[in-house]
Write a protein of this length. Structure first.
Length: 236
């Protein structure tokens, strides 16, 4: 009897090791122009306080699946807006979550993804860099988003009539019904050469924009912008 119990416990333990975790996922999608592919950015939390973040290039029609959390591309930031000819970006060399497991065949697209080290040295910054603003109106061009009548959230009397950010690493945050935009974040990659060693490293300029007036999610294009995705495919 004891032997049977031991065997049963062993079987339960062995099967639990291979049980798929159901992840709680925050997900954004940026469509790659003139192709059937999308870049999915995900932040996933699972059991035992496990957290995984990454990016995955998949066919748009298939969407993002729970199992896609376990692997990601060597990609942290885009250096330009991706298209069907080229995806150019960088990834952190010290990021253990990046596994470089390709979800689709990208042979037809030139992928130029290089590793980098963070730069933590001193740097000169304009006053609107790494800021948080409330804006009244915006205009989207092919390469940029321009915000007008920007008032600083943190610093008094530091306002700007016009702030322009490049598209590529732009994320939209939406309301619960996924209809309205409640926040826009921008992460711009900046290259910096160290004076002593001459080594080129990068840092990112992070800016947050909150709309004063109601803005619909569909007022933004899918080009160069990550839009939130609410529905995910469950594990079958």
């Amino acid at each position: 009897m004891k032997k049977r119990i031991i065997i049963l416990i062993s079987l339960l333990l062995s099967t639990s090791c291979f049980y798929d975790t159901t992840w709680d996922i925050q997900l954004w999608e940026q469509k790659i122009e003139n192709s059937n592919l999308s870049i999915f950015k995900f932040d996933a939390s699972g059991g035992r306080d496990s957290m995984i973040s990454g990016m995955k290039i998949l066919k748009s029609k298939n969407g993002f699946n729970q199992k896609d959390v376990t692997s990601s591309e060597k990609l942290s930031y885009l250096l330009q807006i991706p298209n069907n000819n080229e995806i150019k970006g960088v990834y952190r060399l010290d990021n253990p979550s990046i596994q470089n497991v390709k979800g689709v065949n990208l042979k037809k697209i030139n992928t130029d993804i290089k590793g980098y080290h963070d730069y933590h040295g001193k740097r000169k910054q304009a006053q609107h860099i790494n800021g948080h603003y409330k804006f009244k109106t915006f205009k989207e061009t092919r390469d940029s988003i321009i915000f007008y009548s920007n008032s600083s959230v943190y610093v008094n009397d530091i306002d700007f009539k016009r702030i322009s950010i490049p598209k590529g690493n732009v994320y939209l945050m939406s309301s619960r019904d996924n209809m309205n935009v409640i926040r826009i974040t921008s992460e711009t990659v900046v290259f910096m050469k160290e004076e002593k060693t001459g080594e080129v490293k990068i840092y990112t300029e992070h800016i947050v924009f909150d709309p004063i007036n109601k803005i619909k999610l569909n007022e933004f294009t899918n080009y160069g912008i990550y839009k939130p995705v609410k529905k995910l495919q469950a594990i079958k």
